[in-house]
Design a protein around this ligand. Structure first.
Ligand SMILES: [Zn+2]
Length: 288
């Protein structure tokens, strides 16, 4: 059971909020150029999800309710930030148009008062407040493919897009939560060693570590990799993951928590050149 930690929760909310606002602004900017229907929110959600995963790993946060609150908040903030970004763009566009209009009509306005009044009436309208801008967007409608959405359908389309982005982010984050986590020192497992294995290495590892493996039949096509994971506090002997390809091209995996004697044997296997005995090594944690 992962314990709830206030300090982690607050830091997580702050980080998630900052990332969500940033991603929303980027989405508003990119969306001004290209915005494929349906795909765009998924891309935005994936970007947000990737960043949230980074934050979760950074904070060693695995408390699921905390993660859930942060992801939902980030999804809503990201959507709001995107609309806010579009509003800011509309403001900049208005300022550009107003400046252009000013230059074009300067000479004409000086001719007569009536002319100046007519020009004033044609002056570009500012977008008003954020609420007014959104209301105007709803009224004007939104073109998606051959359809022109209007009224509440615009709101529904916005909600659907926010939902898609949130779902994409949530899938990425939830996949991350399946990563091994140590409740003892409250940290995610880090990859501390990884590499490729030759067929004879894999066979030897299987024998020494007593792993039930079938021998690969075609060594020519053989590929195998190993990964050793451990928590920051090194509370356990670590977790070994093996991936190899069988003769018929299927990928096989094996993974398990190692017992301390197995880890000692593994450390000895990783240093085959020297004959002397090695104590259980404490390799520096490397970024995975
Ligand atoms: Zn630990």
């Amino acid at each position: 059971m992962v314990a709830f930690r206030w300090e982690k929760f607050l830091l997580w909310l702050l980080l998630a909020a900052g990332l969500a606002v940033g991603v929303g602004q980027v989405a508003a900017w990119v969306g001004g150029y290209i915005r494929p229907v349906g795909v765009f929110p998924l891309l935005v959600g994936s970007l947000l999800g990737g960043m949230l995963v980074g934050a979760i790993r950074l904070l060693d946060l695995a408390h699921r309710p905390s993660v859930l609150v942060g992801v939902v908040m980030a999804g809503l903030l990201c959507a709001a930030s995107e609309h806010w970004g579009c509003y800011l763009q509309a403001h900049r566009e208005y300022e550009r148009l107003a400046a252009e209009w000013e230059i074009k009509t300067r000479g004409l306005a000086a001719l007569s008062g009536q002319m100046a009044q007519a020009i004033q009436q044609q002056y570009p309208q500012p977008p008003g407040s954020w609420g007014q801008y959104l209301a105007e967007q709803v009224e004007r409608g939104r073109r998606i493919g051959p359809w022109l959405l209007q009224g509440r359908w615009v709101w529904i389309s916005w909600l659907a897009e926010a939902g898609l982005a949130l779902a994409a982010a949530a899938v990425l984050v939830w996949t991350t939560l399946r990563w091994p986590y140590c409740t003892g020192c409250e940290s995610w497992y880090r990859t501390i060693r990884q590499g490729r294995l030759l067929p004879k290495d894999l066979a030897r590892w299987a024998e020494v570590l007593e792993i039930p493996l079938r021998q690969p039949e075609v060594p020519g096509r053989f590929r195998a990799q190993f990964r050793l994971l451990q928590c920051l506090g090194q509370c356990t002997a670590g977790r070994l993951e093996l991936v190899w390809e069988t003769a018929d091209g299927h990928l096989q995996t094996w993974q398990a928590e190692l017992a301390p004697p197995q880890r000692e044997k593994l450390d000895a296997l990783c240093q085959p050149s020297s004959g002397e005995q090695h104590p259980p090594s404490q390799p520096p944690p490397s970024a995975s």
